[in-house]
Design a protein around this ligand. Structure first.
Ligand SMILES: C[S@@+](CC[C@H](N)C(=O)[O-])C[C@H]1O[C@@H](n2cnc3c(N)ncnc32)[C@H](O)[C@@H]1O
Length: 169
């Protein structure tokens, strides 16, 4: 009986961590040493808001919050949502972690975004960001994957910075 329960629990975990590939990238965290580089690249000030699509264990949101940057994250895996919420508890006044599919959510107003997706989703992201930003200035940092139809403003340690404004409409 104990083995059956273990197998079921293992299967549930397996599905949660691998099943997300239908909707986006599987869980692979940004390396700790690159977390600060990513936030530096976005150049957000205290009081501004960072959006993170697929926020994983919340490490980017937490690092940003330590600089006074507000954060909104979306995550499909409920185990990671719970873990990230516990990890970011101290900053719950400025961090909001939401369970769900970021493609189907209405993103709140933010000043910049961090993503670590897959190459196959970058074009979809680009189109959605153009609609979302609607001509205002908005920055996106993407780890590892580039937007083929847009020139990055900077490339640092495998991270691409993109700046959107009225020219993108
Ligand atoms: C490559 S990991 C990056 C995690 C985190 N952003 C980081 O850099 O450490 C991608 C994350 O996105 C989540 N994810 C994938 N597709 C998603 C979707 N459509 N909606 C919400 N979360 C999604 C996965 O569960 C995973 O935690």
């Amino acid at each position: 009986m104990a083995i059956q329960i273990l197998l079921i629990v293992g299967l549930v975990f397996f599905i949660m961590f691998t099943g997300v590939v239908v909707f986006g990238a599987p869980y692979l965290p940004t390396l700790k040493k690159q977390v600060d580089d990513a936030i530096d690249l976005l150049e957000l000030s205290s009081g501004q808001t960072m959006l993170e699509l697929g926020c994983g264990d919340g490490r980017l949101l937490l690092a940003a919050a330590k600089r006074g940057i507000k954060g909104v994250g979306y995550e499909l895996n409920p185990i990671l949502v719970l873990y990230a919420k516990i990890k970011c508890w101290k900053y719950k006044q400025i961090i909001s972690i939401n369970w769900g599919n970021y493609w189907s959510k209405s993103w709140p107003r933010a000043d910049g975004m961090y993503v670590f997706l897959l190459q196959s989703y970058m074009n979809k992201l680009h189109k959605k960001v153009i609609q979302y930003a609607d001509g205002r200035e908005f920055k996106v940092v993407s780890f590892a994957f580039e937007i083929k139809d847009k020139e990055p403003q900077k490339v640092v340690n495998g991270m691409f910075l993109y700046e959107y404004d009225k020219k993108d409409i």
